[in-house]
Design a protein around this ligand. Structure first.
Ligand code: ZN
Length: 241
């Protein structure tokens, strides 16, 4: 069975469609949250996701803020502007979809969380200290997280430390010891590569493979400006920051 793993779409329908086309055939989809925030197409992205086969979708911090579950004051100025815009844009239908999303699940022997296993909505697994503190907070070998928008893999080392590697485009790897895997971001990559990032997992070979796909970020930038969303969120799409 082939599983498509995506995260941090951030209302970027053009990037999401590029990923869905590039991924080819897959049997199920795991989405690690942050469907909305920053981008111009929140309702369209939710509609597209709902139609995907065997979807498991998590709640991200931007999704939680859109529902009023997190104070917008917890976000920086531009993210707050985007969230305020979102509060008038989200349809009742989209809101109901977000309201049903869990913060963390374990399925097929893998744990899924948006941020980290111990703090699923908010914590960033960005360094060895945070990775080490989280290895004991989930039961499975592999844990998938999003939130940082950077495709890193932290692996627990025999001395209970951690090692880390960056997933290059088309990089394949196996998860044989405890690890925390980030697929990178579909709609707002932050590793200085503007291409959309995603993972494919094959449960027969037990291999994970990262993929990058270019999309026309200029038309998304135009839609961001047309919606009068912060110009910074348009610029960063072209830089991958
Ligand atoms: Zn995000």
């Amino acid at each position: 069975m082939k599983t498509l793993v995506i995260s941090d779409i951030h209302a970027n329908l053009t990037a999401l469609d590029a990923v869905l086309q590039d991924a080819g055939k897959y049997d199920q989809v795991w989405c690690l949250g942050d469907l909305v925030g920053y981008g111009p197409d929140p309702n369209q992205c939710i509609d597209r996701l709902r139609d995907l086969p065997n979807l498991t979708c998590l709640l991200g911090n931007h999704d939680a803020a859109a529902l009023g579950l997190i104070e917008v004051d917890a976000f920086n100025y531009d993210a707050r502007r985007s969230l305020n815009w979102l509060s008038t844009e989200l349809t009742t239908f989209s809101r109901r979809f977000l309201e049903m999303l869990p913060a963390k699940v374990a399925l097929d022997g893998i744990t899924l969380a948006h941020g980290s296993p111990r703090n699923p909505v908010w914590e960033y697994v960005m360094d060895h200290n945070v990775a080490r503190a989280n290895f004991d907070k989930y039961e499975t070998t592999a844990c998938l997280v999003g939130h940082t928008h950077i495709p890193l893999v932290f692996t627990q080392s025999p001395d209970s430390g951690s090692t880390v590697f960056y997933q290059e485009d088309e990089h394949q790897f196996k998860a044989e010891t405890k690890c925390i895997i980030n697929p990178g971001s579909v709609g707002q990559p932050r590793d200085r590569d503007p291409r959309a990032s995603y993972l494919v997992y094959d449960d027969v070979t037990r291999m994970w493979q990262n993929h990058r796909v270019a999309y026309d970020f200029r038309i998304v930038q135009e839609r961001i400006l047309d919606a009068r969303l912060p110009i910074k969120h348009a610029h960063r799409l072209g830089e991958g920051i």
